[in-house]
Design a protein around this ligand. Structure first.
Ligand code: MN
Length: 488
């Protein structure tokens, strides 16, 4: 890896970037790490370059790329953070400081897991870019894991799989998530990895390519006839995701391999729907497999149309249909959002923090027990989320299988406390009904009611609702006791 490769990437994505400053950062890092070697025997600067290159690839802003080049300088060389600040400014220095703080933490068992999670979330809450640098740093460490002793390999791979990869997913940076997962998979489950790799990459490859080419030819022709400008690509399945699917559904290899996947990229949103119509007219869609994430994006902002059809020879064929912009966002997630819109300048306020970051911050303040904390984070955050609407059209994202009571507390504590009924899509529903994405939920309140019903604890799903119900039903009991007292 050379600095020129990074410069070329940056030039392409951000023509206005100050390339002299980037070059200066390279010289500074090169100088500081002079003579240092990685465990693999490579010069240390290679690690800095790879980290910066990944950041350029996911289209972060220039200061983040510079901080990527410098990320190990204060920790591992004689040059100090003060010198970094003097040469590259406050913002770069603060990013490098964030990384240095994070690196103090090593994953060992559950306690450490909680500690690293907390540190990650704290860092994210202060500046999301710190996490992006950490991901890029980790990705290169994973790629050079062979040079480390086996216990270290296992520790790093496990920490990545349990903490880094899910967070990358939450931020919508799929590209990094998949790369990290497949690398970890190889180290943690070498036998399974080899088996799946062989089957997917060797045995099934020819058949798969032939099938995908066939589908492409048919669809190309039809889209051209209808004047839809497009690009069709076959989608590569990630080995770890195949493995996980096999575990979760207890299905055989072939059932999962034989799903063929393609992506169609078009110019505009109307073209997305037009393409969908064309695909459905060519092949019969599988019921329940159509998802419109354009009209109803996922909570992390993901947009696309998904459908599975019975393709040629009745074979299940998955399509993702999206515009170029959606494709960029799907690959680079949160990083792509600020990039294009601000011409490469990161402005903290413009990048709205996803709601779940705040939720985790609240969780860690409220839950003292580590095991409970992990359980709740896994449930509230790493679990699939749903999004529902208020009658005014505000969107709320909640943990999957949340109920109207969870929704009520998400809107406002008073609404939760006074909640007495719910309408889901204008129909009366019970308070323990399971909400689904896209539903409109209206809470009926009872103005005379002051306190929640303790029985709600039996079905609420979010920590926020649970805490509030406990807190207020305690008050209610106190009040009842007070009322009884004079009579006694
Ligand atoms: Mn590093």
């Amino acid at each position: 890896m050379t600095i020129e490769q990074i410069i070329n990437k940056v030039k392409k994505n951000n023509p206005k970037a100050d390339l002299d400053l980037l070059m200066l950062a390279y010289d500074f890092a090169q100088n500081a790490h002079e003579g240092q070697k990685r465990q693999s025997g490579e010069p240390y600067i290679q690690h800095s370059l790879h980290t910066a290159f990944t950041l350029a690839q996911i289209k972060t802003d220039l200061n983040t790329i510079i901080a990527g080049l410098l990320h190990d300088v204060p920790e591992d060389t004689k040059r100090t953070l003060a010198e970094v600040e003097k040469n590259f400014g406050k913002e770069v220095a603060s990013l490098v400081r964030g990384i240095t703080k994070l690196s103090k933490i090593k994953y060992r068992g559950v306690e450490r897991y909680v500690e690293s999670l907390r540190k990650m979330f704290l860092a994210m809450a202060s500046d999301l870019r710190v996490i992006l640098i950490k991901f890029a740093d980790r990705l290169h460490n994973l790629r050079t894991l062979d040079a480390l002793p086996p216990e270290k390999q296992e520790r790093i791979a496990r920490e990545t799989l349990e903490i880094y990869a899910p967070i990358a997913g939450l931020l919508g940076i799929w590209r990094l998530k998949w790369q990290m997962e497949d690398l970890c998979f190889k180290y943690l489950y070498p036998e399974e990895f080899k088996k799946i790799e062989y089957k997917y990459e060797v045995e099934k490859k020819v058949e798969r390519n032939r099938f995908i080419q066939g589908v492409k030819n048919i669809l190309n022709k039809k889209l051209n006839e209808e004047d839809v400008e497009h690009i069709i690509t076959g989608r590569f399945k990630h080995l770890y995701s195949i493995y996980k699917k096999m575990q979760a559904k207890d299905r055989k290899f072939d059932e999962i391999y034989d799903v063929f996947a393609l992506r169609v990229i078009v110019k505009s949103i109307p073209d997305c729907y037009k393409t969908l119509g064309i695909i459905h007219s060519l092949w019969r869609p599988k019921p329940d497999r159509f998802k419109d994430y354009i009209a109803l994006p996922k909570p992390n902002g993901y947009r696309s149309l998904h459908t599975t059809v019975y393709g040629p020879n009745g074979k299940a064929t998955e399509f993702q249909i999206r515009t170029e912009e959606m494709n960029e966002e799907a690959l680079y997630g949160i990083a792509a959002h600020w990039y294009y819109k601000d011409g490469g300048n990161y402005e903290k306020d413009k990048l709205k923090q996803p709601r779940w970051i705040k939720e985790i911050m609240d969780l860690q303040l409220n839950i003292k027990d580590s095991h409970d904390f992990i359980k709740q984070v896994k449930f509230d955050v790493f679990h699939d989320r749903i999004f529902v609407f208020s009658p005014e059209g505000d969107v709320y994202d909640l943990a999957e299988s949340a109920t109207p009571v969870d929704f009520a507390y998400a809107v406002h504590t008073d609404i939760g406390n006074q909640c007495s009924g719910a309408l889901i899509n204008d129909k009366m529903a019970t308070l323990d009904a399971k909400l689904r994405s896209g539903e409109v939920v209206e809470i009926i309140i009872d103005k005379n009611r002051k306190y929640p019903n303790r029985d709600w604890l039996k079905f609420v799903k979010t920590q926020k609702a649970r805490n509030k119900i406990k807190q207020f039903s305690k008050l209610s009991r106190l009040e009842t006791i007070k009322k009884l007292l004079p009579k006694i």
